[in-house]
Design a protein around this ligand. Sequence first.
Ligand SMILES: NC(=O)c1ccc[n+]([C@@H]2O[C@H](COP(=O)([O-])OP(=O)(O)OC[C@H]3O[C@@H](n4cnc5c(N)ncnc54)[C@H](OP(=O)(O)O)[C@@H]3O)[C@@H](O)[C@H]2O)c1
Length: 342
Amino acid sequence: MLCDYSGNLGKPTANDDEIALRKDEFRMETAQLGKDGPLVTPICFGCWSMGGAWRFGWADIDNDESIAAVHKALDLGVNFFDNAAVYGLGHAETVLAEALGDKRKEVVIATKCGVWWFDDERGFYRNSLPAQIKRDCEESLRRLRTDYIDLYQIHWPDDKVPCDESMRALLDLVQDGKVRYVGVCNYSVDQMRESMKAGWFTSSQPPYNMLRRDVEVDVLPLCQENDTGVMAYSPLASGILAGHYTEATTLGEGDWRNGDPAFQGERFKSHLHKVDHLRPVAQKYGKTMVQLAIAWVLRHPAADIAIVGMKRPSHVEGAVGAVGWEIDDEDMAHINEILAAS
Ligand SMILES: NC(=O)c1ccc[n+]([C@@H]2O[C@H](COP(=O)([O-])OP(=O)(O)OC[C@H]3O[C@@H](n4cnc5c(N)ncnc54)[C@H](OP(=O)(O)O)[C@@H]3O)[C@@H](O)[C@H]2O)c1
């Protein structure tokens, strides 16, 4: 997981930025995802915000800016993109296809099936029945303007359908040549074990960041034991760990985070307090909070990938400085103390 990027974005001088970001100065190494997966960069471009403002989306998203962010990612060597059918009800896949254009074959596209939006009253629904998975796949292939999906994942467990039944449907798609690798998201260890009865899956995608560590107990150890690739989502706690919020921060109208308890009241204040204590650790390495938070996720031996939500080119520039260095043991212990304090 080495790269020759100097990673000095935390304290740039006039020239450092330009020099560090020149493509010939930068090479992010790829590694195999899990036991048998594709070769991918440790930073994966999270495409959720590309879906823009829909019922459960992001405010103030501009398609051109999303496309520019993808181009910046390609320039800086990021080769991995995580999307989902439900992001913007298909819009995020359409925008990604437009952004990639003839570069599609140079990248690894992950997308997801089995979740859609009913209406305002009923909200989301999950459907991981084999017939639905196969229909979802056709739709994603069409929107992504491709004849194969690199990594096809079940977005959320559907308690009406046995996990091994859904997994068999994914594996059928591999047999059909429509999908190269398969994975799951938001699965418990029991759900992963049940899925394994159907066959091998390459990756698991759990939420994992400094403020949300429950998967350390069971999901990450199971993945490590089985050499299942781990793609940690929301490494910045959807922005809280990025270090730019204050108690006065407001999010745009329609931003899903307005309804997330992590962004409300005392809980939000306590998170910001932790960020204040973490910032000096980042500074010690000449790094930003964004870079420290992502590097912390990648420091876990099970975590192969951090899926970072990047809305604009500057987000990509910030995120790539998270690789190529490591937080030392002493600082890991110090960070744990900060996180454990209330
Ligand atoms: N499988 C699932 O169920 C699931 C669920 C959630 C997410 N995901 C995946 O994970 C991806 C990331 O999740 P996420 O967007 O929730 O979380 P995230 O990566 O933890 O946070 C993204 C937010 O961090 C801020 N940010 C990112 N880069 C920055 C930079 N360089 N400088 C300053 N701020 C920066 C931005 O905040 P502002 O908005 O304040 O600018 C951005 O919206 C998604 O796109 C999706 O692919 C999967």
